[in-house]
Design a protein around this ligand. Structure first.
Ligand SMILES: *Cc1c(COP(=O)(O)O)cnc(C)c1O
Length: 363
């Protein structure tokens, strides 16, 4: 049996007619940037998450960097972020000219908690940037408490966590800004690049919107040296349809994850843990195995494709060799041992059981 790591085929087959209608409607309306689809999506996505405002942007990296620009974070400032994340989180800090400061994640949830934050806060610290990695919320009560005590901004990287909650409150609504990516493979994915930010602060929302639209507050009137980062109409129309299915998609992912968690029993494989007071939307089903490469090759031989998020710790990336990052053993351990199992909408019980049996038979 061949099982892909991820595929859109089954999800997209089921919504084909709705998506085709959305395409035609935008096509016929003839307005492709800053039209009604974008405005409607922004309203719907803000409401779905329980946030005051949403601003669509071109991608998740821009969401993060525009949020920092709008908060006037730049050269000379420090931003604290987890040592294990996708490189975009760090690149956003690099792009605004600020200095990234890594903290190690909690070893059980792979996510940021309050511990370790105080030790790295300096007079230059401007913000804490938790990442809700793999689809699980970071320890937001502790993080917001530390941020409050030190008057720091909180910028959430929610790119992997659309609908993940902490104490029944959705991620993206704890900090000053929540930043989302709608890269096709995310739990809420466009048919191309797209992103958005959430905030309860109307001035901040205006600033981000303006920065992403050449810094203009009205046509040909530029109050900032902005950039071009907008959510286009076609993607907004597609996202509106997928947003209506998101809860059901996240529930389906949870059912698959539950089968994995109940079924996989192999002392060589460490299953993901869910922290207290939160759900998990399973963007990635991440297991740890000391013999990751041997396990990966073994599964490939059985037709099971896997992923790895991410194989090289950020500190060890070629582009960061001249930086003075602290020693980060947990990030390195995750990079060396993490393996992502297949998990996608439309996965059948037979496929799930095939993966479970293969993992249990690994010696
Ligand atoms: C995908 C991702 C991003 C970047 O999103 P893009 O839309 O690809 O720019 C940022 N942070 C994390 C954690 C991500 O997974």
């Amino acid at each position: 049996m061949n099982i892909p790591f991820a595929t859109f085929e089954r999800m997209h087959a089921a919504i084909r007619a709705e998506m085709a209608d959305a395409f035609e409607s935008v096509y016929d309306a003839g307005r492709f940037i800053q039209g009604t689809e974008c405005t409607k999506f922004e309203k719907e996505f803000a409401a779905w998450n329980g946030a005051g405002y949403c601003v669509g942007v071109a991608n998740g990296l821009d969401a993060l960097s525009l949020a920092m620009k709008a908060l006037e974070i730049g050269k000379g400032d420090e931003v604290i972020l987890p040592s294990n994340t996708f490189i975009a989180t760090v690149l956003a800090v690099n792009y605004v000219g600020a200095t990234p400061i890594f903290v190690e994640p909690d070893e059980t949830t792979y996510n940021m908690s309050g511990s370790g934050l105080e030790a790295v806060i300096s007079v230059r610290t401007k913000a804490i940037m938790p990442v809700h990695l793999y689809g699980q919320a970071a320890q937001m009560d502790e993080i917001t408490e530390v941020a409050g005590n030190h008057h720091l901004y909180v910028i959430e990287d929610c790119a992997q966590a659309h609908g993940a909650a902490f104490q029944n409150r959705k991620v993206g609504t704890f900090g000053d800004v929540g930043c989302f990516s709608f890269y096709p493979g995310k739990n809420l994915g466009a048919l191309g690049d797209a992103g958005a930010i959430l905030t309860d602060n109307p001035d901040l929302a205006d600033r981000i919107r303006s920065l992403g639209n050449y810094g203009s507050d009205r046509k040909y009137h530029h109050i900032y040296k902005g950039t071009n980062s907008r959510l286009d109409e076609m993607q907004a129309a597609f996202l509106r349809i997928k947003l209506r299915h998101l809860e059901e998609y996240n529930e389906e992912r949870d059912k698959i994850a539950k089968k994995y968690r109940d079924g996989i029993q192999n002392p060589k494989i460490r299953l993901p843990q869910i922290g207290k007071n939160r759900n998990h939307i399973w963007h990635i089903f991440a297991v740890l195995c000391e013999e990751r490469e041997r396990l990966r090759a073994y599964l490939a031989q059985k037709g099971i494709e896997t992923g790895c998020h991410y194989p090289i710790a950020l500190k060890d990336q070629p582009c960061y060799q001249n930086e003075n990052f602290a020693s980060l053993p947990i990030a390195r351990l995750i990079a060396a041992q993490e393996l992502s199992l297949p998990l996608f909408i439309g996965m059948t019980d037979t496929e799930i059981e095939y993966v479970i049996d293969a993992l249990n038979a690994f010696k």
